[in-house]
Structures are given as structure tokens and as C-alpha cells.
Design a protein around this ligand. Structure first.
Ligand SMILES: Nc1nc2c(ncn2[C@@H]2O[C@H](COP(=O)(O)OP(=O)(O)OP(=O)(O)O)[C@@H](O)[C@H]2O)c(=O)[nH]1
Ligand SMILES: [Mg+2]
Length: 386
């Protein structure tokens, strides 16, 4: 070997040794030069190592130094979870997943609501899961329980008929309280007043992908009001008179119907008949200013006065969906392909490709509910392409 070849070998050896020393002593250098990271760059997968800036309001800022993200802007937003003390295990699982997939880097607060006080055990088990602020709220009596003016005989008959017809939750009063509360009251709770945006979560739901951008800021920056991951048909037997009442309201208040609305998604014959499509409201990211606004407030009060939450079993999903479809231009309703989400028995998994890879999704895109016969997704796709 000649002298220059020997020098070249020594220099190469030095470079490799320095690389190994740096890899072991500097974590960020090791990550940046790792084979998996080089492969990610090659396949266009986003790097998710970002620097963490602790939230000074957080009661217990994370001690794990590997939790890194620089956040220079956050929305005025919160998670909201309605649940019972008996939902503890499922609520823990849902929060654990949204923390892992998104919120450990953003630390948006949580509001948990219940019509009875949460137990100390419940609160302790929840608070330990996150560095973000967690507030536990009691629902005011009149926001939850069946109003006195409801004709109880009529309501009982309605429940008995639905139970006989084997309609899911057909005989349940508490389910009806829940649907009415979610339709018209959660955004009026004192703990929710300070926030504009919310993300609704339920016990035992799953988040299958990393959420690499802030959905609240996306909504704010892109002039969106309501968003969903799954859309499907409602059970007609739970809402026999709802669409007729929607028509009556539209006649009373034509001024609230938005130009460029989504009636074409909810009806296949210009509004005459409801095709039962709705956004599945166990997942929602939306702007509470819309629910608090004049049009939806008048709509909810009108529907509530008809008693259909108790005489029938009107769900918050069709009520929210019809409100959003009629009082908003369609451009303000957003579908999230990139948020992999599951509420038993249905899953939305991003379509194969960039969203699925970038989210490091654990779901099987082949199992996605989107193009199941019971889904309204293809109707939505066709509608927004018009
Ligand atoms: N505090 C409280 N929360 C409730 C009650 N009933 C339901 N919820 C919550 O309201 C939300 C919707 O209720 P679910 O029972 O999940 O209704 P669903 O999603 O239509 O039906 P499932 O398929 O059973 O999940 C969940 O977040 C529940 O935890 C109740 O009586 N009290
Ligand atoms: Mg549920």
C-alpha cells in the first residue's frame, strides 16, 4: 500500500470513529444520521422529532426529555369527554392514545363532563395521563334531565314501542338525555365557555395514526367550522318526524339557510326526503361559535320544543349534521383522511399512500369503513366534486 492510500485509510478511520462517538454521545445526531431516518427521507415520510417547549400552565410538565416539539402557536381549543365514572377504563385508554398520537406534543387541555360528580379515583387516574390541564365538570341539572313539560305518558309509549321494535337504546332515558345534551348543551357548560374549538372524544375509541399537524389550527387557518372522519346512515325509526320539523324550521327561518349549503348531501331529491346521511358525531372537531350562534341556537330550541329527543330518539349526530349542512356553506365542512379513527364497530383508516405512511398508521386501509355499503363517504365525495 503506498503512502497516500495509507493516509486515506487513516482519515476514513477517523471519520468513522468520530461518527460513532457522536452517535452515542449526541442523541439528535444519532437520530438524524440513522439508517431509518435516511430511509424516511428517501420515501418522503415526515420527521417527527421536534423540540419541546413546556407549557407553563401545565400542572406537571413532562419529565421525559424525548418528548420534543416546538409550538409557537396554539388554538383556543379543548378536548371534551362526556362520560360516567363507570367509563373510567375506556376513558383512560382513549386519552392514552390521543396523548401518544398527538397531544403529548401540543398539550391541549381536557374537559370531562358528567351529570354526577366524578370520584377522586376517577380524577386521579385521568390526571396522571397528561401534562395538560384537566378539568372535571358537573352538568347543570336542566342541561341533562328530561324537562318537566315533556308529556311523560307520550314519552313512555315512545320508548316502549322502540324497545319492542328492538331499536338500539330504544328504551333508555339516559341515552336520550345524553343525545339532547350533546345536541344543545355541552358547549354552554361553564368550563367550555372559555374555548372556541373542541375535539370530542369518547371512552374506548382508537386513534390509529400520528397526527402530525394541529387540526385546530388547520380549521382556523382554512376557514373550516365542522369536521368529521366517518359518515353513515341513521336508523330511520329513531327520527320519524325530524325531517318534517327541519322543513318547518326552514320555512320559519329561510334567512338562516346558507348559500352553497350541503342539502345535496343529505337529500337525493332536492330536500324532499332525508337520505339519513350524517356525520358520526362521536368524533368531532368543530367551532363552538357555530353552535352558540343565532342560526343553530334557534334550530336547537325549535327542535327541543317539539320534544323529539324524548318522544322519539333523536340523536346528536343527525341534529348536528343537519345544522352544519344547512347553515354552513359546504366549504366549511372538512373530512379528515389523515386521522385514523375507530369507534366500535367502524374504523376510518387513511387511504394507502402519503397520509397512511406519514401517520405511521397501525390500521389496515383495507378495513376502512369509507366505502362500506353503510357509509355515506362516496356520496360525500361525489357531492363535493360537483
Ligand atoms: N355522564 C354520562 N355520560 C354518558 C351517559 N350515557 C352516555 N354517555 C357518554 O356519552 C357518549 C355517547 O354514549 P355512548 O354510550 O358511547 O353512545 P353511542 O356512541 O351512540 O353508542 P355505543 O355504540 O354504545 O358507543 C360517551 O362519551 C358516553 O361515555 C350517561 O348516562 N352519563
Ligand atoms: Mg360511543
Amino acid at each position: 500500500m503506498n503512502t497516500s492510500a495509507r493516509y486515506l485509510l487513516i482519515i476514513l478511520g477517523l471519520i468513522i470513529s468520530i461518527h460513532y462517538i457522536l452517535s452515542f454521545t449526541h442523541e439528535s445526531y444519532g437520530r438524524a444520521t440513522s439508517l431509518s431516518n435516511l430511509k424516511n427521507h428517501l420515501y418522503g415520510v415526515d420527521d417527527d422529532y421536534i423540540t419541546f417547549v413546556p407549557n407553563p400552565d401545565a400542572p406537571n410538565a413532562p419529565s421525559d426529555p424525548s418528548e420534543h416539539l416546538a409550538i409557537d402557536r396554539r388554538a383556543n381549543a379543548t378536548f371534551v369527554i362526556l362520560c360516567r365514572n363507570s367509563d373510567l377504563e375506556g376513558t383512560v385508554r382513549s386519552i392514552r392514545q390521543i396523548e401518544d398520537r398527538f397531544n403529548r406534543r401540543y398539550q391541549y387541555p381536557y374537559v370531562l363532563l358528567n351529570e354526577v360528580a366524578f370520584t377522586d379515583d376517577f380524577k386521579n387516574r385521568i390526571k396522571v395521563l397528561t401534562a395538560a390541564k384537566v378539568e372535571f365538570g358537573l352538568i347543570p341539572h336542566d342541561h341533562w334531565y328530561q324537562p318537566d313539560w315533556i308529556d311523560e305518558d307520550h314519552a313512555t309509549k315512545g320508548r316502549e314501542k322502540m324497545e319492542a321494535d328492538k331499536i338500539i337504546y330504544g328504551g333508555s332515558v339516559s341515552y336520550r338525555n345524553m343525545c339532547r345534551f350533546n345536541s344543545g348543551f355541552f358547549y354552554r357548560h361553564p368550563l367550555m365557555q372559555k374555548y372556541r374549538w373542541y375535539w370530542r372524544i369518547e371512552p374506548d375509541v382508537h386513534f390509529h395514526c400520528n397526527i402530525n399537524q394541529d387540526p385546530f389550527l388547520f380549521m382556523e387557518d382554512n376557514n373550516k367550522t365542522y369536521s368529521f372522519t366517518i359518515t353513515m346512515y341513521e336508523f330511520e325509526a329513531t327520527i320519524p318526524t325530524l325531517w318534517g320539523e327541519v322543513h318547518n324550521f326552514m320555512k320559519l327561518h329561510p334567512e338562516y339557510i346558507a348559500e352553497g349549503n350541503s342539502m345535496g348531501f343529505m337529500s337525493d331529491n332536492g330536500g324532499e326526503k332525508y337520505n339519513l346521511c350524517h356525520f358520526w358525531s362521536n368524533f368531532e372537531i368543530a367551532d363552538m361559535d357555530f353552535w352558540r350562534g343565532e342560526a343553530y341556537s334557534a334550530f336547537f330550541d325549535y327542535l327541543d320544543s317539539k320534544g323529539g329527543f324524548y318522544y322519539e330518539r333523536w340523536g346528536d349526530a343527525p341534529v348536528h349534521s343537519i345544522g352544519a349542512a344547512l347553515f354552513l356553506p359546504r366549504s366549511r365542512i372538512h373530512f379528515w383522511d389523515e386521522i385514523g379513527y375507530e369507534h366500535n364497530p367502524y374504523t376510518h383508516c387513511p387511504k394507502l399512500g402519503k397520509n397512511w405512511a406519514n401517520g405511521r398508521c397501525s390500521c389496515d386501509p383495507g378495513r376502512s369503513f369509507d366505502y362500506d355499503g353503510y357509509s355515506c363517504m362516496s356520496k360525500w365525495d361525489r357531492f363535493i366534486e360537483q
